[in-house]
Design a protein. Structure first.
Length: 365
């Protein structure tokens, strides 16, 4: 990662240690369960002293250690503190107790893109293009700092109150990747894995452009590419088969997908010296005002209906109807600090006054 970013991250961490000394799970009122992963749960919570609503991501240290995920969790924490972009989820606080790690993240009341896609079945090309443009800008920003995301999928794309998106969950991200090699772990969601991950010959930034193609295909058709419930058959198709397109896709959409689904990473659209600019220049994006997208000046094709600041109607009822505490996330309210996670604390406390908005660090030329 860029040395300037690392230095900034250390300075922020040192500044925040004192700020979060007294911050604990008891600083929040738990409202509702809104998500769950393999070793993390997300609770809608209100900070008691300010009334600000957060998505509180709670990770269990025991499960992190059992799954050997300490490095991944630390990477996620560092990305959340160091990366600043309108389409990446923002974090206000990170703190811990003896058994848990906590991220207090901005709340996106529009829910997951996955839930919206399930309801709509598929999007028009115009609707899908609106989201894909934001994903490109977010991935471009991560790649600028030699970070690969590796987990772009509808479940990891949140919709804010204005209908714009945030990429979330950086647990599979990896830093220090300058090209199309350097990472070797087989990780990610099966339906979205790039061929080079399956071949285990090393992978890099090109995997994110493959997953961009995968999520675009799913938005346009309703299913991930090469989809089959048989895992081995799925992997064979990803590695060797050509993708078939439904007849209703436009020629430009098919051509874009062909470029993103190149099996050889070096031939994939976006993998050349131009990076994301190669994708932006594709005819399917003709007429897109990238600066207006970045500045959120274009009306979103979908605006979530939000009845209150704690409205969770756009989230999966499987989570929201679960009793708080039933998933085991908040039964421990210890304030004892486990020193093996030193340097964990973070506070962007000035975000609260601005409603989680903070100045961005990149301008679109």
């Amino acid at each position: 990662m860029n040395a300037m970013v690392e230095t900034y991250g250390r300075e922020v961490t040192e500044r925040c240690e004192k700020v979060t000394d007294k911050l604990s799970i008891n600083s929040f009122t738990m409202m509702c369960v809104i998500g769950k992963g393999s070793y993390a749960e997300v609770i809608l919570a209100r900070k008691k002293d300010t009334g600000v609503i957060y998505a509180l991501k709670i990770l269990k240290k025991k499960k992190i250690e059992q799954r050997n995920q300490r490095e991944h969790v630390r990477t996620e924490r560092n990305i959340l503190t160091e990366m600043n972009h309108p389409f990446l989820i923002k974090m206000a606080f990170a703190f811990q107790n003896e058994k848990k790690l906590y991220f207090a993240l901005e709340y996106c009341p529009g829910g997951e893109l996955f839930n919206l896609l399930q309801k709509r079945r598929r999007f028009s090309e115009e609707h899908a293009r609106f989201y894909v443009c934001q994903m490109i800008l977010a991935l471009e920003h991560l790649h600028k700092y030699d970070i690969i995301y590796r987990d772009l999928k509808p479940e990891n794309v949140l919709i804010d109150i204005d209908g714009y998106i945030r990429l979330t969950d950086f647990g599979l991200s990896k830093t220090g990747i300058s090209g199309n090699k350097g990472a070797y772990s087989v990780c990610g969601t099966p339906e979205y894995l790039a061929p080079e991950i399956l071949f285990q010959r090393g992978h890099g930034k090109a995997v994110d452009w493959w997953t961009l193609g995968a999520i675009l295909f799913e938005m346009l058709t309703g299913l991930p590419p090469f989809y089959t419930p048989n895992r081995e058959e799925l992997f064979q198709k990803i590695k060797y088969y050509a993708l078939k397109y439904p007849p209703y896709l436009s020629p430009n959409a098919k051509n874009l997908l062909d470029g993103l689904f190149q099996k050889e990473p070096s031939k994939r659209l976006g993998s050349g010296t131009g990076g994301a600019e190669e994708i932006k220049a594709h005819p399917w994006f003709q007429g897109v005002d990238w600066k207006s997208i970045y500045n959120k000046e274009i009306k979103a094709p979908f605006l979530p209906i939000i009845k209150s600041d704690v409205d969770v109607s756009n989230f999966d009822p499987e989570f929201t109807e679960a009793p708080i505490g039933s998933l085991g996330s908040i039964t421990d309210t210890s304030t004892e600090i486990d020193q093996s996670y030193t340097g964990w604390s973070y506070s962007g406390n000035d975000l609260e006054a601005a409603g989680m908005d903070r100045p961005t660090t990149m301008e679109i030329e």
